[in-house]
Ligand binder design. Sequence first.
Ligand SMILES: Cc1cc2nc3c(=O)[nH]c(=O)nc-3n(C[C@H](O)[C@H](O)[C@H](O)COP(=O)(O)O)c2cc1C
Length: 317
Amino acid sequence: MRDRLGALRGQLRLPLIAAPMFLVSGPELVLAACRARIGGAFPAPNARTLDVLDAWLGQIAGQHARWAAAGEHVGPWALNLVTHRSYDRLGAELELVERHRPPIVITALGSPAPVIERIHRYGGLVIADVNSVALARKAAQAGVDGLALVCAGAGGHTGYLSPFAFVPAVRRFFDGLLIVGGAIGHGGAVRAIELLGADLVYAGTPFIAATESLAPDRYRDMLVRATVQDLVLSRALTGADAYYLRESILAAGLDPDALVGKEKVDWSNSQGQVKAWRDVWAAGQGVECVRAVEPVAAIVERYATEYDAALAVPGFH
Ligand SMILES: Cc1cc2nc3c(=O)[nH]c(=O)nc-3n(C[C@H](O)[C@H](O)[C@H](O)COP(=O)(O)O)c2cc1C
């Protein structure tokens, strides 16, 4: 595994992956990330139909083949699969996965067990997205190659643990690939995660503002305006805790303060039912580091400059 990780690291300019985001990451964002020599990923449900998914996977795999033929060095790409029992497209999606062979598959919202063998058969790596030590242990026992530890402050369904606790807890029983996500909006923090003993960083929120994301312009602009004080933590929308931009809740005609600490609230407004992610926009604490709408290449450049500066900082002694 350490050889595979070494090869993966060799493809990257810095240990960073633009994390998969529902309704935000598509092929353009993935390819821009790979071109900037970081990892790029998208969730399969973002493709509305299986035909669209087939086209997106073909577009990304085809571009990688052309880059390889031209001798261009680019970052790897990953597909995020929902492995929850209630997700009825998984079987058909796996057939497309076998055809297009994403080098990395990240499972979320369910056990990775049903997909591991099929991904391994063509040489792909399987990484399970987890937000607790118990889930990390279960996924490790199922035989995944890597774990993505979703920590406190993360965008999307957030985690609860500090990486300072989560990484050492998981390193006690898992020596595979460790990715850490949650509010990592600065290149210095990427270096800090490496110093903790993890391998790669997952950043979502900072890439919502990328010009190549699928996010509407108003979402990008709102993200740039927002600070960490403008986030509302609620589980009332999806049943799981997530941070939302206060301004987007107000724009949907709802009261942000009424959502805090509630398990369920009425999410309808005069236009009908309000949907999380589509009408009310998520962002993690990494929002604090988002200061402009700019291309992926510029975001990666900033991370790389900060990361290189952190490499040069001497320790206490
Ligand atoms: C708007 C949004 C949508 C997300 N959707 C997904 C998803 O569909 N699947 C998934 O595994 N993670 C999803 N995530 C979580 C990210 O993959 C990643 O773990 C997280 O963004 C890292 O934290 P950060 O946003 O603080 O950088 C989402 C995050 C955001 C902000």
